[in-house]
Design a protein around this ligand. Structure first.
Ligand code: NDP
Ligand code: BG6
Length: 468
């Protein structure tokens, strides 16, 4: 599937690897690169997309003179208005660096289903391309849909009819589509068919940013490169697995998108299910995206129908106070669901997937809880069980909770930890944000055909691989 994206295996951009990476990514392409963020007035754009572009700019992956950034949305704003809106989210730079980056950004206002706005967008992009003495047909245009999926088809039609880069050997047009991909199987298939009519598969990138997170990228290595996990990772030893996402803020004005989808489609069906697949699937034949995808599909097909008694839904108090949320909404903002995998490895082991907004803390983690050791001879007060925790965020860490002898003269036990906290262990490494990795991979067209330095994690399923 052309929509599979892969990324650097090292998963970190250390100073020594930075120049190698830059050579690898950009050596074969030249020409002006225009990055267009559609939905530039929104939450994703300000919190993730522009900050990721800024981090790439700071590391030299995006350079003045070669790259132009355009925001597009319906909201009425000036270039300066957009810059002010995102400024507070761009961290860790000198004022000079920050203003250099902000000067790369222009804003165009228009609707999502009418040619006039997109023609204006095309004109604005083209003017900047020619101002860089770009050869006709050499330009690269990346359209990033930071929008509710309901408008993807009309926006894609407009891009196709008004904004494509003139075809040539070296130029390209690529479209990044965010999750959730549709609302259910029918709408996902319909969307797939609609986008398939407009773009070739290699022009489309469907992304799930959880797959770009460092500790999610680490899951395959952890499971399949470490001997001591191999015999333990099954129903004989594991009691249950919890995959948990909590956020300590609510919709914050995103009701326009969120209320149409709810927490299951926003988080569980994509982010948590991808993590679940990597935790539960069998070892792939190789690291190629197709082989990884095949194992994911297999484990998803082994999941039994969800039992309604094992589902909890909730809505946080105050959700409907958000003016962007309809007063009568019963959209869930919290959900907990138990997945049961009917196969030899996992029969009887519940996988509990939980996600909630506006909770008391912000955390995403995988907790693998082990069964008790049989035939206890210590007869001490019962300690907690063995547990292996992979904390995706904040403060990436893996730790193993285990029972040890309490230091001292008496024979007593206590719960302790083997702790691999990334902040302590990798002090000199800046762990990249998921979106930096994803955007860089998309710009470089990084797919399964890149053989060196790839982790070949598939960020999305190819067209046609939908699960009921
Ligand atoms: P927003 O609600 O902030 O929507 C983005 C922009 O889309 C808005 O600024 C608005 O722009 C326009 N918009 C909102 N509602 C509608 C509507 N009903 N019809 C047409 N346009 C609308 O959403 P997010 O930015 O949070 O999310 C956008 C996409 O990004 C979703 O697919 C989401 O799953 C995904 N995503 C979001 C993340 C996040 O952290 N927020 C992280 C990962 C993925 P205007 O009115 O100016 O045109
Ligand atoms: C997005 C959801 O996909 O992920 C948002 O649409 C959520 O609702 C966000 O806030 C969380 O991402 P992260 O990387 O901050 O955990």
């Amino acid at each position: 599937g052309g929509s599979d994206v892969s990324s650097p295996l090292s998963g970190r951009i250390s100073t020594s690897s930075l120049s190698d990476l830059k050579d690898l990514e950009f050596s074969s392409e030249s020409g002006c690169l225009s990055i267009v963020v559609l939905g530039a007035s929104g939450d994703l754009a300000k919190k993730k997309t522009f900050p990721a572009l800024f981090n790439l700019f700071q590391q030299g992956f995006i350079q003045s003179g070669e790259v132009h950034i355009f925001g597009y949305a319906r909201s009425d704003m000036s270039d300066e208005g957009l810059r002010e809106r995102i400024r507070g989210y761009l961290k860790g730079a000198s004022d000079e660096h920050l203003s250099q980056f902000l000067q790369l950004i222009k804003y165009v206002s228009g609707s999502y289903d009418n040619g006039a706005g997109f023609e204006l967008l095309n004109k604005t992009i083209s003017e900047n391309e020619t101002s860089e003495n770009n050869q006709p047909g050499n330009s690269r245009r990346l359209f990033y849909l930071a929008l509710p999926p309901s408008v993807y088809p009309s926006v894609c039609k407009m891009i196709r009819s008004c904004c494509m880069t003139p075809s040539s050997h070296t130029g390209w047009t690529r479209v990044i589509v965010e999750k959730p991909f549709g609302k259910d199987l029918d709408s996902a298939e319909e969307l797939s068919a609609q986008l398939g009519e407009l773009f070739d598969e290699e022009q489309l990138y469907r992304i799930d940013h959880y797959l770009g997170k460092e500790l999610v990228q680490n899951l395959l290595v952890l499971r399949f490169a470490n001997r001591f996990f191999l015999p333990l990772w099954n129903r004989d030893n594991i009691d249950n697995v919890q995959i948990v996402f909590r956020e300590d803020f609510g919709t914050d004005g995103r009701g326009g998108y969120f209320d149409q989808y709810g927490i299951i489609r926003d988080i569980i069906q994509n982010h948590l299910l991808q993590v679940f697949c990597l935790v539960a699937m069998e070892k792939p034949v190789s690291l190629s995206p197709e082989h990884i995808r095949d194992e994911k599909v297999k484990v998803l097909q082994s999941v039994s129908c969800i039992n309604h008694d094992e589902v909890v839904l909730g809505q946080y108090d105050g959700y409907k106070d958000d003016p962007t949320v309809p007063n009568e909404s019963n959209t869930p903002t919290f959900a907990s669901v138990v997945l049961r995998v009917h196969n030899e490895r996992w029969d009887g082991v519940p996988f509990v997937l939980k996600a909630g907004k506006a909770l008391s803390s912000k955390k995403a983690e995988i907790r693998v809880q082990f069964k008790d050791a049989p035939g206890d001879i210590f007869r001490c007060k019962k300690q907690g069980r063995n547990e292996f925790v992979i904390r995706l965020q904040p403060s990436e860490a893996m730790y193993m909770k285990l029972t040890v002898k309490k230091p001292g003269l008496e024979m007593a036990t206590e719960q302790s930890e083997l702790d691999l906290s990334y902040g302590l262990r990798y002090q000199d490494v800046k762990i990249p944000e998921a979106y930096e990795r994803l955007i860089l991979d998309t710009i470089s067209g990084c797919r399964q055909d890149r053989t060196s330095a790839t982790s070949t994690v598939a960020y999305a399923s190819p067209r046609g691989q939908h699960m009921r």
